[in-house]
Design a protein around this ligand. Structure first.
Ligand code: ASP
Ligand code: MG
Length: 443
């Protein structure tokens, strides 16, 4: 959300709801700029970091000014003053954080979370104030009072029991006739530190709070009309999917469909609350409804793809071959907390596909103790989700038939999980994904 018209539109949507609770994410670009500012401060570039802060600050000030200009209200001076006070206070604490990071010359995960949470600390408060200018009784509540987590900074795990208990406070706010407005994405650890829930964590916050309150529905209002058959930025013919099961939607989030955080649906699913993904710029579009079970009748639901993949094959030393070889391979992954995307095994070897990055070297070092290791990078992964093709002829015609004649590095298919993976050269990834997508979804 980044301009006053969008805020107006969202407030109008809220106005049409019964007993809503609002979770707000940061304004556009803010989280990214905060991330950059923290990295700059850690590497001694304080001035550059401060320039980013100035741009964040000015953007929010302008947003509030134009919003209030377009919504004349007797309380506007009060609202403007309290917004400015909040901006000064939050930006002041950001400045202190960045100075501290600069002195430390490194960025600890704790401090990074504190910095990243600034976007939502700002947007949620300002948004609640703007509601008042439209005579909507929005009431800001600090997420730290409700979203309690462990101390895994960067991707903290919520303490649902405690959250459910803390969320009761929201009910008394609502009983008073107010609409609670809470910043998404961040919370507080049991040691009192700010934590964040990971990428797209605001949706996760919404699901947690919706589940805590046993809401009738959880709605994620974003800038696309739902969860698509593939990433519309790269696959122009991708279409929104009308209905998805929790299971398939979660699977899609894991495999890189960017709309949802992989854990978002868990709390909703546990309480069987439907989750809608809707477009705030096209509120009449159907969007995607995510529920327990869906009879889609489709033989494949979506295609996702992931760039910058690496493939590692570990071939066991003869002396180590035996029942614990696989265990030790997965143990190494667990120790370094590295998620994998696809695995193929033979009796004496394992091949894993995973995101490329600094961890590959570390991982290789642990694997060397188990066997010979060969690593190739610059790969791409294409995943078909909800894929019920189990006849060779269908796979041949509908999937492999759409592949150009290229070298395939790895294929895996699991009937039970309905996942079909192909790993191939990175440079072919997008074109091939487009071909397969169009062959599967447009025919
Ligand atoms: N602002 C956070 C992010 O960019 C959280 C969110 O938008 O959901 O990931
Ligand atoms: Mg979001």
């Amino acid at each position: 959300m980044n301009d006053h018209q969008t805020w107006t539109r969202v407030l109008e949507i809220i106005n049409g709801k019964t007993n809503p609770v609002i979770i707000v994410s940061a304004t556009a670009r803010t989280t990214r700029q905060l991330r950059e500012a923290a990295a700059l401060a850690a590497s001694g570039q304080v001035n550059e970091a401060q320039e980013l802060c100035t741009s964040i600050k000015e953007r929010h000030q302008e947003l509030i000014m134009s919003f209030l200009e377009h919504h004349p209200h007797p309380k506007n001076q009060l609202i403007a003053d309290s917004c400015q006070a909040r901006i000064n206070q939050v930006m002041g604490s950001l400045d202190k954080l960045l100075m501290y990071i600069n002195r430390q010359e490194k960025l600890s995960p704790q401090l990074k979370d504190a910095v990243l949470s600034i976007g939502e600390q700002l947007s949620a408060y300002l948004f609640a104030q703007c509601g008042l200018a439209m005579d909507i009784l929005t009431h800001y509540i600090d997420a730290r009072k409700i979203i309690r987590t462990d101390s895994e900074f960067g991707r903290a795990n919520p303490n649902t029991g405690l959250i459910y208990q803390k969320a009761l406070a929201l009910e008394s706010v609502m009983d008073g006739g107010f609409i609670p407005v809470i910043g998404g994405f961040y919370g507080e650890s049991d040691t009192g530190m700010i934590t964040t829930l990971g990428f797209e964590g605001s949706d996760y916050s919404a699901s947690l709070i919706g589940a805590a309150l046993q809401a009738d529905s959880i709605e994620i209002w974003t800038d696309v009309s739902g969860v698509y058959t593939s990433d519309p930025r790269f696959i122009p013919k991708a279409k929104p999917i009308a209905e998805l099961s929790y299971f398939d939607a979660t699977e899609m989030a894991y495999f890189g469909a960017r709309v949802l955080h992989p854990s978002t649906l868990k709390p909703a699913q546990e309480r069987n609350i439907p989750v809608w993904v809707k477009n705030m710029f096209a509120p009449d579009d159907h969007g995607t409804k995510i529920i327990r079970s869906v009879e889609s009748g489709k033989d494949v639901l979506a295609l996702s793809f992931k760039e910058n993949m690496a493939i590692i094959t570990i071939t066991a030393y003869e002396t180590l071959m035996g029942f614990d070889f696989l265990t030790r391979v997965f143990h190494a992954l667990q120790e370094l907390r590295i998620p994998v995307d696809a695995v193929n095994t033979t009796e004496s070897s394992v091949t894993i596909a995973l995101s490329d990055g600094a961890h590959i070297e570390q991982l290789t070092r642990s694997f060397i103790a188990l066997g010979t290791v060969s690593t190739t990078t610059h790969k791409g992964l294409i995943t078909l989700i909800g894929c019920t093709f189990d006849q060779t002829q269908t796979i041949k015609e509908r999937v492999l038939g759409a592949l150009p004649d290229v070298t395939i590095d790895m294929i895996s298919y699991t009937k039970e999980k309905r996942i079909f993976n192909v790993v191939l050269e990175h440079d072919l990834l997008v074109d091939t994904s487009r071909n397969i997508h169009d062959a599967l979804f447009l025919s």
